[in-house]
Design a protein around this ligand. Structure first.
Ligand SMILES: [Zn+2]
Length: 413
């Protein structure tokens, strides 16, 4: 026998994901939907109509965040906010962000149709921006709602074609005071459903994961200056080889990270040598170091130790070293009470689940420092994301929507 409600939910979800992915579809089958561009506008205005068709009361704020509301009948005027971001990276997938927006919209609408108005107001949100793909800033949507960003603070930022954020925003119909200011004080909690973008759930054959923390990230550029010289006539003991120094430093950092069994990850993803010629000793070398962990203490300890080794190595080789830390995002703990509640709900639902730490950044990390926040993952096939090959099985996407409905029901009804 076919479960009719499951078929309809699955069909509806499938159709909505395909529909939203048409806005900004690329020739590779991916999606490019950058903040305030034409595809973004079609998607966000299209979603407004879709939310209304699903009986949600809609409104925009002046940054272009879209809300679909099911008004509560209780005394508590605070809002349970649930959603994710509508923007994508260049040639990204159709699930990253979009799935969370659609899951939230469906969950809010279905609960309303099944049980009527809740005690506490639920709002689905399609956040205007998270990825940082067009302008050199990220989390513009959640940042403007939580007050991390003021509307005017980023107005002068330019995209690659020299268009300012303020111009782009106005050409999309926002930033002119036609809508309420984005910053809010009435949010009780934030719930985000998202694809994992890693392979843990798939490998462990789990379908759902409440996330307990989002890792902190630190990024450095290490610039080394030695002496460029002849590869044949300079004896080994007279060299100040910047590439050699960099290789010792990188090897040390990566090995140290590999020896820790606490989940810390370190990456030297970019190395640039100068003059970068086979028969010349490099006078200069620059490399990046990206370090992530969910506990500040662990990250601090690792970075201090690695940087001390870098300085010592540079001194020993007669090389000048300059360290620039250009990104420092603290780890964020998601609300333990909500995580605990979600684990219980999953246990009760009898689905295969586990608790996780997120190695990628999400809107939840902005909300997580502002209000009680829960982040929930469904699997990503092969862990692929930010690519047209991004894929999650419809059955897993369905579990995510059903679980979000259960969580929302417990909180709002
Ligand atoms: Zn995302």
């Amino acid at each position: 026998m076919i479960d009719q409600t499951s078929m309809t939910l699955k069909n509806e979800l499938h159709d909505l994901i395909e529909w939203l992915s048409m806005f900004g579809k690329t020739k590779n089958g991916g999606v490019t939907r950058l903040l305030y561009d034409a595809a973004w506008q079609k998607a966000q205005y299209g979603l407004k109509q879709k939310m209304e068709d699903m009986d949600l009361e809609t409104r925009f704020d002046d940054a272009g965040n879209l809300f679909g509301r099911v008004s509560g009948r209780g005394e508590d005027k605070k809002v349970i906010l649930t959603g994710s971001h509508v923007d994508t990276v260049v040639d990204g997938g159709k699930y990253d962000g979009a799935y969370g927006v659609l899951a939230s919209t469906m969950a809010a609408s279905r609960l309303f149709h099944l049980y009527g108005p809740p005690k506490q107001t639920i709002e689905a949100v399609s956040l205007c921006e998270e990825e940082g793909s067009r302008f050199p800033l990220s989390f513009w949507g959640s940042g403007t709602i939580t007050g991390k960003y003021k509307m005017e603070s980023a107005a002068g930022l330019l995209d690659r074609s020299g268009i300012s954020l303020a111009e782009a925003m106005q050409s999309a119909g926002f930033g002119k005071g036609n809508y309420p200011q984005p910053v809010r004080q009435d949010i009780a909690c934030f719930l985000e459903t998202h694809i994992e973008q890693g392979r843990t759930l798939e490998l462990e054959q789990k379908t759902w994961a409440p996330v307990s923390a989002i890792v902190g990230q630190r990024r450095y550029t290490i610039s080394l200056t030695g002496e460029s010289n002849h590869a044949g006539t300079t004896p080994m003991n007279r060299r100040h080889d910047a590439v050699f120094a960099a290789s010792l430093m990188i090897a040390h950092a990566i090995q140290e990270a590999s020896h820790q069994s606490n989940g810390l990850v370190a990456t030297a993803g970019r190395v640039e040598a100068d003059p970068n010629v086979p028969n010349v000793i490099s006078g200069k070398c620059r490399f990046s170091l990206d370090v992530r962990h969910h506990e500040l203490k662990v990250m601090d300890h690792f970075c201090e130790q690695a940087l001390a080794f870098f300085k010592e190595t540079a001194d020993n080789l007669g090389i000048r070293i300059h360290v620039s830390k250009w990104m420092d995002a603290a780890p964020v703990k998601l609300d333990p009470r909500l995580t605990q509640m979600n684990l219980k709900i999953a246990d009760h639902a009898g689905i295969p689940f586990r608790k996780m730490i997120s190695g990628a950044g999400h809107d939840s990390q902005i909300f997580g420092t502002y209000c009680p926040t829960a982040l929930m993952f469904v699997p990503s096939h092969l862990g692929i994301s930010h690519s047209p090959s991004e894929y999650t099985r419809l059955a897993d996407l369905e579990v995510g929507v059903r679980m979000l409905m259960k969580v929302l029901y417990q909180l709002a009804y």
